[in-house]
Design a protein around this ligand. Structure first.
Ligand code: 18C
Length: 250
């Protein structure tokens, strides 16, 4: 399946946030550019991407990468969710209060800092995967609207590891993992006065996770293969249910 039609004018990226001066802002813009470019690639035709699973609208690909013995696989998943718009899907993924409803990998989650209304820093403790040490992550989560003239806007959320003085690495008692996770959402709708039945959301989800510490690659890949499809099913079902009684938001 071609992903080319997700093209967005990256020069006209932001219109939703008026405050653009927090310390993660420029890094987030670089990430957005990188992932908008990546979403135009067709993993099907790239020999370095291996298809992990196909089930209905959901396709999951992995590019295996190891650097100096550290596993740095890239994962990309595409799916489509009926009855939900890009704005609504991005909000479900980004909203710190909703995360525990769909992210089954979280044991505990705490907001450390609000950088602006669209960007916050979190400390998250993950469920333990036996027999390795329990992991935690500290990351900034940034949401942004991507305007495209004549179309409903796309939305993107970037969750990227950062340092935070309240939980320096090595002080939490957990093994620190690092992440670069991006959810790119595009509304599909060709009606002028749409009902819920007339909208859907195309998703490109990309994840690059460095588990940190000791974790055998084969075990990490097995955990990934099990957990990403489960996550996509859970967040999709949650989003459909969460928005069904609300007015449609673009
Ligand atoms: O995108 C997701 N959630 C976001 C919002 O909460 C969040 C991203 C989180 C990615 C977390 C990765 C942390 C890795 C380490 C812990 C793994 C715990 C798995 C627990 C299973 C019960 O910004 C949803 C992500 C959903 C899928 C995550 C799968 C991660 C797989 C990586 C494997 C790492 C294995 C670690 C050691 C295991 C060795 C046997």
């Amino acid at each position: 399946e071609k992903l080319q039609n997700l093209e967005v004018d990256t020069k006209k990226l932001d219109s939703s946030s008026d405050k653009k001066d927090h310390r993660m802002y420029n890094q987030m813009q670089d990430l957005i550019n990188k992932y908008v470019e990546l979403s135009k690639q067709d993993p099907e035709s790239e020999p370095s991407w291996q298809c992990l699973s196909k089930s209905g609208e959901t396709k999951i690909y992995r590019k295996e990468e190891e650097k100096d013995g550290v596993l740095l696989d890239y994962l990309v998943a595409t799916t489509s969710v009926q009855g939900v718009t890009a704005a609504e899907m991005a909000e479900v993924f980004h909203n710190g209060k909703l995360k525990l409803e769909w992210d089954h990998t979280i044991e505990a989650d705490k907001k450390l800092e609000t950088l602006d209304e669209l960007c916050s820093v979190y400390h998250q403790i993950l469920k333990r995967v036996w027999p390795t040490a329990q992991r935690d992550i500290v990351y900034a989560s940034h949401k942004q609207k991507l305007e495209k003239p004549g179309e409903h806007p796309s939305w993107i959320v970037c969750n990227v590891s950062c340092d935070h003085p309240s939980v320096p690495e090595g002080t939490s008692g957990y093994t620190r993992a690092t992440i670069e996770v991006v959810l790119f959402c595009q509304t599909v709708c060709d009606k002028t006065d749409p009902t819920r039945k007339d909208v859907s959301c195309r998703i490109v989800y990309s994840a690059s996770v460095n588990p940190g510490g000791w974790a055998p690659s084969a075990a990490v890949r097995a955990v990934s293969q099990r957990e990403y499809p489960k996550f996509l099913k859970k967040i999709s079902a949650f989003a459909v249910d969460h928005v069904k009684k609300n007015a449609i938001e673009f």
